[in-house]
Design a protein around this ligand. Structure first.
Ligand SMILES: C[C@H](N)C(=O)N1CCC[C@H]1C(=O)O
Length: 717
């Protein structure tokens, strides 16, 4: 850095106002981060539901676009860092990209207003293309904004500290992380509640505009707060196209090394030293610092691969568990809020108690050691998840394999039936009852015999890998097969269906269409808690209530005396037991992964700042964030494509991979020497002032280049 610029920065730094040893300006930065993370996580909390239930995408498309968006949010930091370090400086970059971000959030919120295209006022948008186009535009702008400012905000916060505030600088990164998680926690709790409200101009629908509008408003607040602190910030000026110079310098070093590959040339300490002929020693030293750290980052995405499965695999695991905590009921996706809650408690405990205690014991718990231990904690979290999975597996129904088929028989006939089933004892099924459980067959084609008069023999062709129910109506000869669900219902909900034994059409609330006599409805999903169904034939009606747990499936048999018994004679057949393993069992795995996160992520943030040269602080923050993006991409590729037959085995596989990676990382870390970039930079600047060789080397190189050019010209002639 030219001396004049260094002096300028130092002069500016002297002016910063302090409170309790901290620069006052960081107050604006942490509040800005809180609002921004509220905006980001709030929007993310309802995004998949918006895709699924507003845009009506299927599960696969919704989750793929969601993960791709998250990955993009962690890839764009590199763009923001280049703009900040090479062109606009961090302050302006944060402002401009925050505007892009806020616009993106507003576009996203507008895309969720169904009334804008609902000309026929039926409650569903008429022009999905417009809504999709708007939401995709909004998401791209959000990804550009959130990713672009992320490396700049952390680094800009760090820039506010002076040399004598190194202790406060470390605390800043912890407070910064606390704000991230406070924002994340509040928004993940609030936005789903906002979505659940009903709103609309022509028709009342789930209130997505409010759920996306509040995060948009918070982003505007974030921008205003940041601008409000404008007069107090220490702003380091960008130093020209630094990324351009870095790329050219690396290219030159590689080329020069190749040109001098013969043994006659003396070796140099580092391959980047081959750029010395043309480039500043300072720039070369800075590139070496950055490359050293980036090399160290290579194994890190594996941590995020495990971490990011909290939102997918662990939430799916929670859907097979029960969330009834007595006083309150937790939904499967709400389990994720345990992570920010634990962050808010663990960061102060680690900072104030654990790390000082370790230091007092004389142990050197250096940043890279902390990160390694953090990775090991995350691996243990996955072992805990595997143990929980084994417990869940014990309670799961025996679902058919791909070569098997399963059958249940429901008897709606007025008399008991004896059913002869291949290679089984004959089954006695009482009137208005079902066979005790599903019968598993290795073959698809089976013949059943019924003791009716006359005897009925029925040939069935079952579906492989499926569960089916044979419904025997009041007229047994009209028996028919109905396909059942073959996995736990989604999101911890309960699947229910009705068989109409009443003599006329029935309308049942929550069911799509009315039921003909003897017909079986399709499944409808109901949430946990007390649910009420009203049954009516248009003349009479009665109400049927039942309390549901999580993840069960029932077939309700409607009798012929339905209305005379006021719905009380409805009989339930439990096709799938409700979940019985409690969600509280997931707390240890959340605790372990969050402890790992505090050690890994907070430390990584500090480390990336402290080891970066002054003019590449944002670039290194971006490199750090990219590890997260790569982790997300690995989740998309490996976890989605390479599913193991047993979920617990997949957890153990991921844990083992992370242990292996952390061993590699610890070896790499062992050879890493911590540096003080400012000291190195100052030293080189001093050396350069007294280095007469430098000019000579440059002149020689220029002459060499000219000679080469002339040679080329002559050969052409
Ligand atoms: C919500 C997480 N606990 C968290 O703080 N983060 C996950 C990825 C990095 C970090 C964030 O910046 O959001």
């Amino acid at each position: 850095m030219p001396d004049s610029k260094m002096d300028e920065t130092k002069k500016k730094k002297k002016k910063t106002a302090e409170c309790c040893g901290y620069p006052i300006s960081i107050f604006f930065i942490v509040v800005n981060e809180f609002c921004e993370r509220f905006s980001y996580y709030g929007m993310r909390a309802v995004l998949v539901l918006y895709f699924r239930y507003f845009l009506l995408w299927d599960d696969d498309l919704a989750t793929s676009i969601y993960h791709a968006f998250v990955a993009l949010c962690y890839l764009t930091p590199i763009l923001g860092a280049i703009i900040a370090d090479s062109w606009l400086g961090k302050f302006k970059t944060i402002i401009y990209l925050s505007i892009v971000y806020a616009v993106g959030q507003v576009v996203m919120a507008v895309s969720t207003i169904h009334d804008i295209t609902d000309a026929n006022r039926d409650g569903t948008p008429d022009n999905f293309t417009l809504h999709i186009a708007l939401s995709m535009l909004g998401l791209v702008l959000i990804a550009l904004g959130t990713g672009g400012i992320k490396p700049c905000v952390a680094a800009f916060g760090g820039d506010q500290f002076q040399e004598h505030q190194s202790r406060q600088l470390n605390t800043f990164f912890s407070v910064f992380y606390l704000c991230i998680n406070a924002g994340s926690l509040l928004s993940t709790l609030i936005t789903p509640v906002l979505r659940a409200q009903e709103c609309g101009i022509h028709t009342q629908q789930q209130c997505y505009p409010l759920a996306f509008g509040v995060p948009a408003a918070l982003m505007v607040v974030s921008l205003v707060v940041f601008i409000a602190g404008s007069g107090m910030y220490t702003k380091t000026a960008p130093e020209g196209n630094i990324m351009g110079s870095v790329c050219k310098c690396i290219w030159f070093a590689l080329n020069n090394r190749f040109r001098h590959r013969s043994d006659i040339y003396p070796k140099r300490e580092h391959w980047m030293d081959w750029a010395e002929e043309k480039y500043d020693k300072l720039l070369i030293a800075q590139i070496k610092m950055v490359l050293k750290v980036l090399f160290l980052y290579i194994p890190l995405p594996m941590f995020w691969t495990l971490f990011d499965q909290k939102g997918s695999r662990w939430t799916l695991q929670a859907t097979t568990m029960t969330g009834d905590f007595g006083g309150f009921v937790l939904q499967p996706d709400q389990m994720q809020t345990v992570n920010p809650i634990l962050i808010l408690t663990l960061v102060p405990i680690m900072d104030r108690i654990i790390f000082p205690l370790i230091k007092k014991c004389g142990l050197n718990f250096s940043p890279l050691k902390r990160m390694t231990v953090g990775m090991l904690f995350a691996a243990t979290a996955f072992i805990a998840a595997a143990l929980v999975q084994m417990e869940i597996d014990k309670t799961l129904p025996n679902f058919p394999s791909s070569s098997e088929s399963q059958l249940k028989v429901v008897n709606m006939h007025s008399e008991s039936l004896i059913v002869t089933v291949p290679s089984q004892e004959p089954l006695l099924i009482g009137s208005f009852e079902s066979s005790p459980d599903y019968i598993t067959f290795d073959q698809q084609d089976i013949r059943l015999a019924f003791n009716t008069t006359p005897e009925i023999n029925k040939d069935l062709s079952l579906i492989k890998g499926s569960r089916q129910t044979l419904i025997i109506p009041s007229e047994p000869a009209e028996m028919y097969l109905k396909e059942d669900i073959k996995s736990k219902p989604k999101e911890g909900k309960n699947a229910v269906r009705f068989v109409n034994g009443w003599t006329a059409y029935l309308n049942i609330t929550n069911l799509e269409s009315s039921l003909q006599p003897s017909e079986t409805s399709n499944y409808t999903l109901v949430s946990q808690g007390m649910r009420k169904f009203t049954l009516t034939d248009g003349i009479q009606s009665c109400e049927f209530s039942r309390k549901f747990g999580f993840g069960s499936s029932y077939t309700f048999l409607i009798p012929s005396d339905l209305f005379s018994t006021d719905c009380e004679s409805i009989k339930e057949i439990e096709d799938m037991q409700p979940n019985s393993v409690h969600m509280a069992l997931q707390i240890p795995q959340y605790f372990l992964i969050t402890t790992g996160e505090v050690m890994f992520s907070v430390t990584g943030l500090q480390f990336s700042y402290s080891q970066a040269p002054k003019n590449m602080k944002s670039v290194l923050q971006a490199g750090w964030l990219c590890t997260n993006a790569v982790g997300n991409i690995i989740v998309l590729i490996v976890a989605e494509l390479g599913k193991l037959p047993k979920q617990w085995a997949e957890y153990v596989l991921f844990a083992s991979l992370l242990v292996a990676v952390s061993i590699i990382f610890s070896i790499m870390a062992y050879f890493y020497t911590y540096i003080d970039p400012a000291e190195i930079e100052a030293e080189i600047l001093k050396q350069q002032e007294t280095d007469p060789d430098k000019k000579k080397k440059k002149e020689t190189l220029e002459m060499e280049e000219k000679e080469n050019e002339q040679e080329i010209k002559q050969t052409k002639i």
